[in-house]
Design a protein around this ligand. Sequence first.
Ligand code: GAL
Length: 445
Amino acid sequence: MKKSDFGEDFLWGVTIAAIQNEGASFTKGKGLTIWDTFSKRIGKIKNGDTPSHACDFYHRYKEDLLLAKQLGFKVFRFSIAWSRILPEGQGRINKSGINFYHQVIDECLTLGLTPYITLYHWDLPHDLEKEGGWCSHFLLKWFSRFVTVCAENYGSKVKNWIILNEPMGFTTLGYMLGIHAPGKMGLNNYFPAIHNAALAQAEGGRIIRELVSNANIGTTFSCSEVMPFSDKEQDIKAAARMDLMLNRLFIEPLLGKGLPHVEDFPMLEKMLVHNKTWKYTERLQFDFDYIGIQNYFALTVKHNPLIPYLQASEVKAKTRKVPYTDMGWEINAESCYRMIKRFWDYGNIRKLLVTEGGAFFKDKLINGTVDDAQRIQYFQEYLEAVLKAKREGVNVGGYFAWTLTDNFEWSEGYQATFGLIHVDFSTQQRTIKNSGYWWRQFLKS
Ligand code: GAL
């Protein structure tokens, strides 16, 4: 497999996110985010880590962008920290925050890296969370203002936009299971949060379309093939429920198909009663130029009456003796291929981009080298899967690696390293891993 097999126009990118990379959490007027407060709660983040320093992209963006360029990438995807430009989430604008992203964008353009801006990568301003966050009726108003400020400030320079990063991820982990910020739990938080996220993804698209000429607008979805543990009916139904929640809940309303449905899933009825406007499908729709998909693992699921609502639970890769990463996530490139095909088969998506893909393996820096052969193999297998889908006619137009440097991996803290570049967090020294060198070679091929 060579880069040229993917064709001339295929986009090769690398992705970071504000709260995971920037650090400088309290610098030049930045407001608190839900991750600053959540990470202070005992036991929420491994080793008590907080995102306050991260890998200091805020001060080292020139070095990091140069590294991205040197590895051969052409696209740089990053997110805007809402509270850096609007410290309270609404109201006054922080000029120095606005300037920071101008500098990042200008540096990208100088280096010949095409910027892709993610508007929301999970770092809600803390002050908005105090008012209800993603559960609030005002969320759409706050989000619209944030999107407008970004479009007005950066729209003349940046044409590629991503409205949300993985709505399933931040709503389920943050507003249902309580394991991500802001740590809320239960259906009373979850239902309004998913509904507001579904509205925000479409509304954000409309705002960018209106304010940015020639914009190329997308949004991203996590996706995981869900397989039943056995061919028992109960397991098959459990897998269908999990599949609906993980893969269908946000994309189908967006594509005009309304709220998805499977049999024997009483929670769906509750969801409909709670969020009556699921029925008003127009506001949930937007004709995106591309859809970003992010596939990190496949799931095997069995019926489990002890799990509320879903009545389904994962049978871990480890216990099934199939390959997995150090996150415990099943490695299964063939299932990534099938998810790409499945999204494409919806029929009304113009283009797909793989807007993230990557893996955590424990790295060892020895004599200036990180020999991360497993990560290289991971990328090779997953790129083969993308190529296979492309050869079968799927319009998949790019692959963005997650991630440039080791960074703050949410509730896993700093020990879960996904970077192509190793970071010593005590000195902020960067060392290109062998996977980074592999990408450099591949992107020349
Ligand atoms: C994604 C998320 C990224 C990154 C990655 C690896 O779901 O968008 O921010 O953390 O997972 O776990």
